[in-house]
Design a protein around this ligand. Sequence first.
Ligand code: G1P
Length: 303
Amino acid sequence: MTQKVRKAVLPVAGLGTRFLPATKATPKEMLTVVDKPIIQYVVEEALEAGIEEFVFVTGRGKSAIENHFDKPYELIDMLEKKGKLKELASVTDILPKDTKLFYTRQGAPLGLGHAIYQAKSVIGDEPFAVLLPDDIIYDDSENALSKMIEIHDRTNSNVVLTMDVPKERTQNYGVLDIQNEKVDNGCVKAHGFVEKPAPENAPSTLAVTGRYVFNASIFDEIEKTTPGYGGEIQLTDAMDSLLEKEDFYGYILKGERFDCGDKFGFQQANLYFALKDEFIGPKLKNYIEKISAEKIFTDLKSA
Ligand code: G1P
């Protein structure tokens, strides 16, 4: 009988240097996509997949994240008095009543593996999810994390979300070694993981994206992991060594993935979710149509 996945770890200690000066005093996870901070999209995705407890691994200057998920009594009082019910719901209904939030600090930027390890005592001996908040994963018809949890429930194995990337991009990701395994039911068995390999050394073009479901045994592997790529304790290296004892599956991403740690991905996310918004979507569509005939647009070279 497998244990239910009810807890998730969200590493949010990163400095967001790619978004300076916006991130000088604001955590990158609090940057807004349409009308919600990035972190709220990720938390909502996890809630939809059945997560009940969140461990945020934070760092200095990240208190806005704690404040965002806290109850703003003065604001609630003011919105109630003014009868602004829609706005009231938008600040009070973010989390179901029984959701538990824990915050712990990473202390030093020693890598993703090290960040996840900080959650060990809160996770205990249970399987858990990891969501990297740089990535917003979205699909109208399925929640990828739910699918991954289903695979874990069925197999008791570890699961990562994966997507095919152009060969020249492997050095931006953890990459799966799948040997001769075939994709079956949207899933592929992994035989190895390499962090950010150069294209010529990449064992495949299947990249680990920002969602993981682990058994608690990953903590023992992180504990043994020595600094790897970039001199950091890499989660990917711990995953590779856990493979000697346990199975890992890659679940192939079907929907959209927006890399909000990157300026282009962030703009894509804003455009996508704004177009889906029933109020601003139609206006934005008209605006895009209008400017696509104008000089600012026609002067652009294609990437
Ligand atoms: C991290 C992981 C990498 C993974 C990527 C997904 O890298 O180390 O294995 O493929 O997230 O976004 P980062 O983007 O933090 O450099």
